[in-house]
Ligand binder design. Structure first.
Ligand SMILES: Cc1cc2nc3c(=O)[nH]c(=O)nc-3n(C[C@H](O)[C@H](O)[C@H](O)COP(=O)(O)O)c2cc1C
Length: 229
């Protein structure tokens, strides 16, 4: 269980950790997989990884797409997670099947940021990278935080893909207003903030006790043909 150790004095909020981040994240084995794709804000992942490990005491792995590797330093992620970075290649030398290993390991998957390409492929069942194959193999909940160009977000195709993800049981955290790297202007389409992403995740994974029963159940019923919720 990746509950934040109490009391708070023993585990002060890491510098930079937003105040609106949930205090606990219920993960059955404490395993959180972050997937990063080729959007500017993927460079937040090393800092997020460091803060999440400290705050929730969880085990973190990160899987990157090929485009993401051009925008964030693998060494920074490895240092922050104390784990090798997964992707974009498919490492088989150790005898594992990487997408199945990662899919079986994760109690929760957060794709942040999720590009229009990732959203489109995921919505249409195109698993042409390790990251996509993991997301399409996992039975744990998947939260996606799209980062989309303002021009792209209103396109019928992009809206259709976001709807498909929702219908298939993925959990999309809507983009918000942010500064475009390209134009420098404010506009809609930026990846949601860490607090919004983690509140969505925490609501999905929250464990409650059935009245009159010792059994623990997650707050989210199983639904969706592919088991994502
Ligand atoms: C600096 C930079 C920022 C980018 N930001 C975004 C973005 O926010 N959203 C997006 O959909 N694509 C963005 N792209 C384009 C994607 O990297 C490109 O579509 C890529 O093929 C996505 O591949 P992936 O989804 O496998 O990572 C950006 C590219 C660069 C170079």
């Amino acid at each position: 269980m990746a509950d934040r150790p109490a009391p708070a004095d023993d585990n002060p909020r890491p510098p930079g950790m937003p105040a609106n981040v949930p205090a606990t994240l219920d993960l059955a084995r404490g395993n959180l997989l972050l997937v990063g794709t080729g959007s500017f804000n993927v460079n937040l992942l090393p800092t997020w990884a460091l803060m999440l490990r400290k705050w929730y005491g969880c085990h973190l792995r990160v899987c990157l797409t090929y485009s993401a590797t051009a925008l964030v330093a693998r060494d920074a992620i490895a240092a922050a997670t104390k784990e090798p970075v997964w992707g974009p290649d498919w490492p088989t030398a150790s005898g594992c099947v990487p997408h199945q290993e990662l899919a079986g390991w994760a109690d929760l998957v957060i794709v942040a940021p999720a590009t229009a390409a990732f959203v489109g492929k995921c919505a249409n069942g195109i698993s042409d990278s390790l990251a996509l194959s993991v997301v399409m193999s996992v039975s744990a909940p998947v939260v996606l935080a799209p980062a989309l160009a303002e021009e792209a977000i209103s396109r019928p195709s992009v809206q259709r893909n976001l709807r498909l993800l929702d219908e298939d049981g993925y959990h999309v955290v809507p983009p918000q207003v942010g500064t475009s790297v390209h134009s420098g202007r404010l506009g809609i389409g930026a990846m949601a903030d860490l607090g919004s992403i983690l509140r969505t995740a925490a609501a999905l994974t929250a464990v409650r006790r059935e009245p009159g029963s010792d059994s623990l159940v997650t707050s989210t019923p199983v639904n969706g043909a592919d088991g994502h919720r």
